[in-house]
Write a protein that binds this ligand. Structure first.
Ligand SMILES: [Zn+2]
Length: 353
């Protein structure tokens, strides 16, 4: 029989390092020796993958059926999470920085569970070591509830979200990406996919002093001002145009006032993602493309929009040229793999020399 003692512990750690979190946990159940080796290797527990497919107690999906208070009181929501496994693994990483991947389904997920998970991370003092957080969600409120439990992430540099929704997300139905004054002093990269920046009825102050790179939808001038106020160090902003399904009330007819345009001009790199027609094109140029000295300004067209509308622009502005969006894919990485199609067409507006 194969004798695991012939390999030194460091080699076992190297073998396990790139396996999924669940497989690493499974390795600790194989033998007492493997358990000892794996639990004594902090590097093995710095990349954690949490998942929760647990349905909300009031969920009325095809599995849960219609909601009735009497029956739901004794109801066990469908879905099995690895909550406890992740919590048990946190202390094994010692004092090393942690990277956490979160995967939440279904469209109406168990919010209390997410908030409790955030609180348990905070209580284990591992929140101080959390370096990056990636949230893949079906439920657009998942991040909000997780952050609500975490409250403060002093070392977090990257927060990336990715919507893999089973139902179209309407902005009028979703809340802001956070519902409390979450403390994120070191955050440099923030990607908000299908999430609102602000909550119309509750305005929590937010300050992101280190934020350099932001992708988010911006639906009105107030929201733009709020972002500028919150992120004084912003170097690159990708504004996502809300689609008709997301925000039926979005009208690309507003114009930023002079002082806001002046503040906006300080951001060296601005992209507008999802330009769909001549109206959104004009809106994007008027509000985000008016700084002549900006070194990097790109419009990303929806695939069927570019052939129709980009010709107008190239005729009007001689310094425009079609290009195959160069850096967008690498900078946002996996988070925007879903929207590959947005990159098919874009215009690079080169400032006149
Ligand atoms: Zn359900």
């Amino acid at each position: 029989m194969f004798n695991s003692y012939i390999l030194p512990p460091e080699l076992w750690c190297m073998v396990w390092k790139d396996m999924s979190f669940d497989d690493r946990v499974n390795a600790t159940h194989v033998s007492r020796y493997w358990r000892h080796v794996a639990r004594s290797c902090p590097r093995l527990w710095t990349n954690l993958q949490f998942y929760s497919p647990v349905h909300h107690v009031e969920c009325e999906c095809a599995i849960c059926g219609p909601y009735e208070l009497n029956t739901r009181a004794i109801w066990k929501q469908p879905g099995k999470t690895n909550y406890q496994l992740v919590l048990n693994a946190l202390p094994l990483s010692g004092s090393l920085p942690i990277h956490l991947d979160v995967h939440v389904t279904p469209f109406y997920a168990d919010h209390g569970l997410l908030e409790d998970f955030g609180m348990d991370i905070r209580n284990s003092s591992a929140a101080d070591r959390l370096k990056s957080l990636r949230v893949v969600f079906d439920d657009p409120d998942a991040l909000m509830w997780l952050l609500s439990g975490l409250e403060s992430l002093p070392s977090l540099t990257s927060l990336i979200t990715l919507a893999v929704t089973s139902e179209p997300i309407q902005f009028s139905h979703v809340r802001a990406w956070r519902n409390n004054a979450i403390h994120l002093p070191a955050l440099r990269t923030l990607v908000l996919d299908n999430m609102r920046w602000q909550c119309p009825d509750r305005q929590w102050p937010i300050h992101l002093p280190s934020l350099h790179f932001l992708i988010c939808p911006l639906t009105d001038p107030e929201e733009v001002v709020r972002v500028l106020d919150a992120c004084p160090a912003l170097k690159a902003l990708h504004v996502v145009v809300p689609s008709q399904e997301q925000d039926e009330h979005f009208e690309p007819d507003w114009t930023l006032d002079g002082p806001t345009l002046d503040r906006f001009a300080e951001i060296p790199s601005v992209h507008v993602i999802g330009v769909s027609d001549f109206e959104t094109e004009k809106w994007a140029l008027r509000n985000f493309g008016s700084a002549p000295a900006r070194p990097d300004f790109l419009l990303h067209y929806l695939p069927d929009a570019a052939p129709k509308f980009s010709a107008f622009l190239t005729n009007d502005l001689r310094d425009c040229a079609p290009c195959a969006s160069p850096t967008w894919a690498q900078r946002t990485g996996l988070a925007y793999a879903r929207t590959l199609w947005l990159r098919c067409w874009c215009l690079s507006v080169v400032p006149p020399s």
